[in-house]
Design a protein around this ligand. Structure first.
Ligand code: ADP
Ligand code: SF4
Length: 692
């Protein structure tokens, strides 16, 4: 069965990569995931599903080649000795099971690995502090260290082959790899044949590449991952200078070029800062210098863009990390002409946060991500309904939409009632804030699919009251007697949050606004102070909105820097520098302690030293309160409800517990999966256990 438009045929051409053949042009580039060496079953299931979804090549994350380079608390891949082979073999098998090629990205982190676990002093081309704020220095490599590194890499390549991988990487991408450190004038101050000229700085890269080819190149394709530009101008590697020279020098040696930009936050830029295709200007020169297949990334989700990238000679294979996380079945959907079913990545980097937090990544768009093995969730399949039961979902934000969609897919009769004319809840409103337009995809994707399911009825502009819900569930009327309340949450107006367990004094004396009011279009006046005790994006993004509207803005946070949690989404530096450039005043490590007419008082979180600041409008970004009034009202009428017919009543999403959008989507999905199912009282999912 193929309903594919022939226009997309080009994406399904086979590609020869050295000794192996990829079945099409869809290439899941290496990406971290927080599963790694600690959770091999979780990892294998996640990668296997991508192979099932049509990706021709499915790669690992970075895989440490030796204890000399240990990523410490980050859970990456590990191939230190033969004992590590079976875990990785499991992933290769899962990928092969669905006809894809398995790739492995071997890494030595050089001065980027502080080696907290192995306690081995890290190594680098020249003496340098490690790139984190750890009190660790990497020592300058001797010739014997260089020989060791080459041997370790060769052994890891042989082990990769033994584990069943078809494609082995020599990795000099990002600023996280020893090979990149050797290439870089910033880190390589050697005076021997490995330092100085570009020919010398590339020597180790070339040696390792040739040795990998010699070791496993008979059966395995050898890929190079290389960052052609560090976005540092003349201080770093640029695609006009040494980035280009490296490709010129090594052009025909590897079997494949996987090219990107460095560092990781530039490579995996969020939609707040970069749009689809943002890497193209940097990498597009590569194909003119090599006859080998070229892979690039740029958060590509549009099949038309993919086709034009091939036609325009920008790349041969469409690389994707995040688009493959948001929709593991993206290639299959294009292949089968189901373009409107593609669940497009929104570029929020919640997946990346999983890696930084060393837990299996989650995804805002794909609630099954990370649940493939432990809960047995499949992104495209869901258990059919067990009955004809009717379900009422109240609220059409991410939780309600996902819940209704998944219940509809299961085959239940569903009514989704949304108070507003527009579906999407917080996603709709937040997508109008500066830079967040792509977030709208969360509701658009679901709304579009819901429209096609006959069993689901959508009622917009339908604010339900307690009475309405009782009426819907009544056994002698409509019999939508199972109710999910997805009525969301609202920002608090009293300042309660991490810093204040009681209301902030004096709030009645000032013009006060919440993020909800600003998003609803209520205008602020005069100089605005934003007190951000939430620490994710909202405080920063409102500062941006208000300064762009012409206000003077002071952004106050008790944290050491603004939007502190966005370190995990790799946006913090970008947010702070953007706001500073826009003229937002920033006060860090300050608490808002009292409020007076046109004035607020801040206190240093360490010394309690007080300062007064002019303020006409105060915006509080602290905590949210669940909109669970209906739930409590219904609870009070339990007896009457049971008599009328209401059988189950549950809060989901923000109405249950305010959180990030990904948590709401997950909550809605979980509720739909669990409906009419019994669950164990203990841990509701499988765990990977250390075998003792
Ligand atoms: P979540 O992230 O949990 O989905 P949101 O705040 O994004 O939460 O969405 C909640 C949605 O519920 C909003 O679109 C809101 O308009 C809607 N809603 C709230 N109360 C009612 C109600 N009584 N009847 C119908 N819809 C409601
Ligand atoms: Fe894309 Fe966000 Fe999902 Fe990551 S978490 S894949 S950025 S939608």
């Amino acid at each position: 069965m193929s309903g594919r438009d022939p226009y997309y045929d080009i994406l399904f051409e086979k590609i020869q990569i050295g000794p192996v053949t990829a079945r099409n042009r869809f290439y899941q580039v290496p990406h971290c995931n927080g599963m790694g060496y600690l959770r091999p079953n979780t990892l294998a299931a996640m990668r296997g599903i991508k192979a099932e979804g049509g990706w021709a090549v499915v790669c690992t994350e970075e895989v440490e080649i030796h204890a000399n380079s240990d990523n410490g608390s980050a859970v990456e891949g590990r191939l230190w000795d033969d004992e590590d082979i079976p875990a990785l073999a499991k992933m290769a098998e899962a990928v092969h099971e669905h006809g894809a090629l398995a790739g492995i990205e071997l890494v030595h982190g050089g001065y980027s690995s502080a080696n907290h676990y192995s306690r081995i002093p890290p190594i680098a081309p020249s003496l340098t502090s490690v790139n984190s704020y750890d009190p660790v220095q990497a020592r300058a490599m001797t010739k014997s260290d260089i020989r060791d590194f080459r041997r370790w890499h060769r052994k890891a390549a042989l082990r990769s082959k033994q584990a069943g991988f078809d494609l082995v990487y020599v990795y000099a991408g990002h600023n996280l790899t020893l090979l990149m450190h050797f290439l870089s004038r910033r880190f390589n101050q050697r005076t021997d044949e490995y330092g100085g000229s570009i020919e010398n700085r590339i020597r180790l890269f070339r040696e390792v590449l040739e040795e990998t080819i010699e070791a496993v190149g008979d059966n395995c394709a050898i890929a190079v991952r290389f960052a052609v530009d560090e976005l540092l101008g003349p201080k770093g590697i640029t695609c006009k200078s040494e980035g280009r020279e490296v490709v010129e020098i090594l052009a025909e040696i590897p079997d494949l070029w996987d090219v990107n930009i460095s560092e990781w936050e530039n490579d995996s830029a969020t939609s707040r800062f970069q749009k689809e295709g943002y890497q193209e200007p940097y990498i597009s020169f590569v194909k003119s210098l090599t006859s080998k297949p070229v892979v690039g990334v740029g958060r590509y989700t549009s099949p038309d863009t993919m086709v034009s990238l091939i036609h325009n000679g920008v790349m041969d294979m469409i690389g994707a990390a995040r688009p493959s996380i948001a929709d593991p079945f993206l290639p299959k959907k294009i292949e089968e002409g189901r373009l409107d079913e593609i669940r497009e990545c929104i570029g929020c980097n919640i997946c990346v946060a999983g890696d930084w937090l060393s837990v299996p990544m989650r995804c805002t768009q794909n609630p099954t991500m990370g649940e493939e093995w432990r809960r047995g969730w499949h992104p495209e399949r869901i258990e059919p309904s067990k009955s004809e039961k009717g379900i009422l979902v109240v609220g059409g934000g991410p939780a309600g939409l996902e819940c209704a969609l998944s219940l509809g897919k299961r085959g239940y009769r569903v009514i989704l009632a949304e108070a507003s004319e527009v579906l999407g809840g917080r996603v709709y409103r937040e997508s109008m804030l500066p830079g967040l337009a792509e977030w709208r995809r969360v509701s658009e994707y679901r709304e579009n699919l819901l429209e096609k399911i006959d069993m689901v009825k959508l009622y917009r502009a339908s604010k339900l009251s307690t009475e309405d819900i009782i009426e819907f569930s009544a056994k002698d009327k409509f019999e939508y007697s199972h109710v999910f309340l997805a009525t969301g949450a609202r920002w608090r107006r009293d300042g309660i949050g991490r810093q204040h367990r009681k209301p902030i004094p004096g709030l009645e004396k000032i013009t006060l606004m919440t993020p909800d009011e600003l998003m609803d279009g209520v205008g602020a006046s005069g100089r605005v102070v934003i007190f951000d005790d939430d620490h994710y994006y909202m405080g920063g993004v409102l500062a941006e909105k208000l300064v762009l509207e012409g206000h003077k803005v002071l952004l106050v946070t008790p944290a050491p820097d603004i939007s502190n949690w966005t370190h995990h989404t790799m946006e913090q530096g970008l947010i702070q520098s953007k706001l500073l450039k826009l003229g937002v005043e920033i006060a860090t490590q300050q608490n808002l302690v009292s409020v007076n007419s046109k004035q607020i008082e801040l206190a240093c979180v360490f010394t309690d030293r007080r300062t007064l600041h002019e303020c006409e409008t105060l915006v509080l970004v602290t905590e949210r309160l669940p909109n669970d009034e209906i739930y409590h009202a219904l609870q009070e009428r339990q007896k009457e409800l049971t008599e009328s017919g209401l059988k189950t009543l549950k809060c989901i999403g923000d109405c249950f517990a305010p959180g990030i959008i990904a948590a709401s989507v997950h909550s809605g999905h979980l509720a739909a999966r669990e409906f009419e199912k019994d669950f164990p009282d203990d841990v509701p999912f499988l765990r990977e256990r250390v075998v003792v």
